[in-house]
Write a protein of this length. Structure first.
Length: 406
């Protein structure tokens, strides 16, 4: 009898131990905090990663690296540091790094946006002359990325560190398969918004800017202006483009939103140097706003971007538009944009601007002068999400790219 009791106790003990180990293993496999050492990489670079787990002990985990199209390109073994308490000022100072994981990108890895463990982005850049450069909004995503429920905006923080978790954004995921299609037709490079300061996109015929793109540094802005002036073209899919000024410090690995000695608030470009976003893109969220209308009225039906398209429907949360006046139900671009060589409304419907007046949601074409590059503005970052399941929006995007490259 005692022998049977011992066997039963042993079985129970083994079961409890297995349950504890299984629970710990599940905890250990959960990544809590994650950051990498650079804003972007090139093939062959070493990537340093700091990652933590909520489990009470440190562990390791093998995770996949994927292109945003979903194709696996490799694995990386992560050292997961045991549960740490985030510093109170993590938004400002980032995470204090201890044990780092590292791996080397294959020399044959092509430019692209990749994810580690399906959630954490790394951007791999190329060096050759290309048709298209896609701008991943890394810095802007960081600024909008919350820690728990706090953000740099709610906490009124003057600067924020790149050394904190920054997830892949939904707009990039929405465009993943589309970018993969582009790579089958054109030569495509990738960069990040803050890397526009390096001016290494000038060898591209077309720049694709998408997602949240509100914050630009003075260097980013001037480099973009020079690119367009020399004939570089832009496809814009953003509601917030070029609305606010910021400063990027590569040495400190930080983004500065304002100088605490001079100001206590984020500045718009208009307030910073009297340079509204419409000086470059012809548009601003202040002239778009919101709209209850899903459909667009196609005004320029013979324009190349509408080839093979019968109608346009988009339900976005916010639109990025030029100032207009209305002649009945007909919108006319405001005379303040008369300096533009080309300023066309291609498709439109009504909106209500943030100030409560009648505005416009639309697809636009702008060109500063006869030798500068052209800009096709699709009017909203939600275009990135909706096009995934809408053949008409996909076709317009493809047509716009073909038009701008030709």
């Amino acid at each position: 009898m005692f022998k049977e009791l011992k066997i039963i106790k042993l079985i129970v003990l083994v079961g409890l131990l297995a349950a504890i180990l299984l629970k710990m293993d599940v905890l250990d496999l959960s990544i809590d905090q994650f950051c990498v050492d650079k804003t972007s990489y090139v093939a062959g670079d070493e990537v340093l990663i700091y990652a933590t787990t909520k489990a009470p002990i440190s562990s390791s985990k093998t995770v996949t690296i994927k292109a945003i199209s979903g194709n696996e390109v490799g694995n990386v073994d992560l050292n997961l540091e045991r549960d740490i308490k985030l510093p109170i000022n993590v938004l400002k100072d980032g995470i204090e790094k201890h044990s780092m994981s590292h791996f080397q990108l294959p020399l044959t890895l092509k430019p692209g946006i990749y994810t580690i463990a399906d959630r954490y982005p790394i951007v791999v850049k190329g060096n050759s002359t290309v048709d298209i450069t896609v701008v991943y909004p890394l810095m802007n995503n960081l600024l909008y990325q919350k820690v728990k429920e706090a953000s740099v905006f709610s906490e009124k923080i003057a600067s924020t560190s790149f050394s904190r978790t920054n997830y892949i954004d939904e707009y990039t995921l929405g465009l993943g398969s589309f970018f993969n299609e582009l790579e089958n037709v054109y030569s495509v490079n990738y960069t990040t918004d803050c890397d526009l300061e390096n001016n290494d996109f000038q060898n591209s015929k077309l720049l694709i800017i998408y997602g949240k793109s509100s914050f630009w540094t003075p260097t980013m802005r001037s480099n973009l202006q020079a690119y367009i002036a020399k004939g570089g073209n832009v496809l814009l899919m953003s509601s917030y483009a070029l609305n606010n000024v910021c400063w990027y410090s590569k040495d400190k690995n930080e983004v500065f939103l304002y100088d605490e000695l001079k100001s206590d608030a984020i500045e718009s470009w208009l307030g910073y140097d009297n340079a509204p976003p419409r000086d470059i893109f012809g548009t601003s969220l202040h002239f778009g706003g919101k709209s209850d209308s899903v459909d667009y009225l196609i005004k320029e039906k013979k324009h190349t971007i509408f080839n093979g398209v019968e109608g346009v429907r988009l339900n976005a949360t916010l639109y990025n538009s030029p100032p207009v006046t209305w002649n009945g139900n007909e919108p006319i671009i405001d005379s303040t944009l008369n300096k533009y060589y080309i300023k066309n409304i291609l498709a439109y419907n009504q909106s209500i601007t943030p100030s409560g007046i009648k505005g416009i949601k639309a697809i636009f074409e702008f060109q500063s002068d006869s030798t500068s590059g052209k800009i096709i503005n699709l009017g909203a970052e939600d275009w990135c999400l909706e096009q995934k399941n809408d053949p008409s929006l996909q076709q317009i995007t493809k047509n716009a790219i073909g038009y701008l490259l030709n």
